[in-house]
Write a protein that binds this ligand. Structure first.
Ligand code: E4P
Length: 220
């Protein structure tokens, strides 16, 4: 399973890249609004230098013509840009038109297996079910991930399931077990995945024992 970071924060992305675990990036208007820096295009250009993997850039136009125009512009920023298009009637048309031009898309705001199936049929290479937002309304978001993986395998659909709206490390484990091709994580969740209280206390204990042994040998 590939790990993407769900952020437009360059420092977070640089850190994950140094850890050797950054396979790609997803951004959206909300994440861009939180990040420091210049225009969306300039932030995307910088992000694309930090990973050769897919970097999702989300359109905000409401009709297919506008989405296609924004998608074309984003795709010129770098070869690894993937245009993020919301699930809708206009969005499906934009996905199909961009696909015809050879521009890769990520269909976002997917909340049902049928929506994901349609996105893949229209030509999206990435399909993003939002797990956390479904959990928030008392539905089991991971069910959509599990079903989409099964549908894509059964029907030999090449699109990848990108488990999005991840809120905690258990989501990452469950997405991996469900067979998601990709999980996109807030940096905080990635950090939480690194740590375990027994690992952290074990490191402290080994260090203390090492220093004790050094002192004992020095005294001998
Ligand atoms: C990813 O592509 C999505 O934009 C993101 O995971 C949404 O997460 P949220 O539901 O926490 O805003």
């Amino acid at each position: 399973m590939k790990i993407f970071l769900d952020t437009a924060d360059l420092e977070e992305l640089r850190t994950a890249a140094r850890w050797g675990v950054l396979d790609g990036v997803t951004t959206n208007p909300t994440l861009f609004a939180k990040a420091a820096g210049g225009s969306y295009e300039s932030v995307l250009a910088e992000i694309c230098t930090l990973t050769p993997g897919p970097v999702s850039a989300e359109v905000v136009a409401e009709n297919a013509d506008g989405m296609v125009a924004q998608g074309r512009a984003f795709s010129k920023i770098a070869p690894n840009i993937v245009v993020k298009i919301p699930m809708s009637e206009q969005g499906l048309e934009a996905i199909a038109r961009l696909r015809a031009e050879g521009i890769r898309t990520n269909c976002t705001l997917v909340f049902s297996t049928n929506q994901g199936l349609l996105a893949a049929k229209a030509g999206a290479v990435l399909v993003s079910p939002f797990v956390g937002r479904l959990d928030d309304i008392s539905e089991d978001g991971m069910t959509v991930v599990r079903q989409l993986v099964e549908v894509f395998v059964t029907h030999e659909i090449r699109a990848e399931v990108l488990a999005a709206s991840m809120r905690h490390p258990l989501h990452a484990t469950q997405a991996a077990l469900a067979g998601a091709h990709i999980v996109t994580l807030p940096f905080k969740v990635l950090q939480q995945m690194v740590h375990h209280p027994l690992t952290d206390s074990g490191i402290v204990q080994f260090r203390a024992d090492w220093e004790k042994a050094q002192r004992a040998r020095g005294a001998a």
